[in-house]
Design a protein around this ligand. Structure first.
Ligand code: NAG
Length: 273
């Protein structure tokens, strides 16, 4: 154990500070004509920054050199996007790309070089795909205005069809802001090639919650998200509950939980050793 620790200490001292570069965030998807925000975080510890640069397909478009007296930083808008510096501190640099085009797709890399004497270089990045069409809200199909408590509420949700080949957004149903349990969800595909997920919720469950619940279908692509909403409405008949109560004599809960919680990761986060 002691030997192991010593080896690590020796190794650290010979290689110097590692992990100068922290998280590098590049959105996986962006849309034509829109913007994308790129973030590069670092922790220099004992060393100082010589330069920080951003590259697109190996072409430099941002440079920050603190020791440069006249121009600390340089932006180089390319033919496929414009660049602005959004934020710069001792810990991170955030740039925004605008006027995105299909050709703005590609590999985005943040490169950091430490000061003399080490001139240690670290880099990390990710691929961003620029899509022709903005992600629209999903389409809800087949829902009705009002249901009976004895019916199953069925509402389909599918992504808007795009005229260009594009990655399919992921879909998810929420009720009152929380993810719907899988047992109330049915994936489907239509003969026309639409894919979706249908909500299949017993009207009884909505009746038990007072007769109305707000349902939301979310379409997510990378960090982009759009929703379509529907109020689920069930006719609440007070009399039927009284009947139930007197006929069974006990209250039985068979409904189970309508919703579960979820956490969605939104950005591509890379951390290089
Ligand atoms: C960058 O590379 C990607 C794929 O490798 C390509 O689609 C894109 O057109 C390139 N863009 C430029 C400006 O080089």
């Amino acid at each position: 154990m002691l030997v192991y620790t010593l080896v690590i200490l020796l190794f650290s001292s010979t290689t110097g500070a590692r992990n100068l570069l922290g998280r590098v965030e590049v959105p996986q998807f962006a849309f034509e004509g829109e913007k994308a925000t790129l973030r590069c975080t670092f922790n220099l510890r004992a060393t100082r920054l010589y330069s920080l640069k951003w590259y697109h397909n190996n072409t430099e478009f941002y440079r920050y050199v603190p020791t440069e007296r006249k121009r600390h930083f340089t932006l180089q808008s390319s033919s496929v996007f414009s660049v602005t510096e959004v934020f710069r501190s001792e810990r991170e640099v955030v740039v925004s790309l605008g006027k995105l085009r299909r050709g703005s797709s590609g590999h985005y890399r943040c490169e950091l070089i430490a000061e003399h004497p080490s001139f240690r270089t670290e880099a990390a990045g990710a691929f961003m795909t620029v899509l022709a069409e903005t992600l629209g809200p999903p389409v809800l199909v087949g829902g009705r205005e009002i249901y009976e408590p004895t019916e199953v509420i069925k509402v389909g949700c599918q992504a808007r069809v795009s005229s260009q080949p594009a990655p399919r957004p992921s879909l998810q149903w929420l009720i009152e802001g929380r993810k719907v349990d899988d047992r109330w969800i049915r994936p489907y595909a239509t003969p026309h090639g639409h894919h979706g997920i249908a909500l299949h919720v017993p009207g009884r469950l909505v009746a038990e919650e007072g007769g109305t619940m707000r349902a939301e279908c979310q379409a997510t692509l990378g960090t982009h998200r759009h929703s379509a909403y529907k109020v689920l409405r069930v006719r609440v008949r007070l009399i039927s509950y009284l009947d139930d109560y007197y006929s069974t004599g006990t209250t039985v809960h068979t409904s189970g939980s309508l919703v579960t919680t979820t956490v969605a990761a939104a950005v591509v986060v890379l951390k290089f050793p």
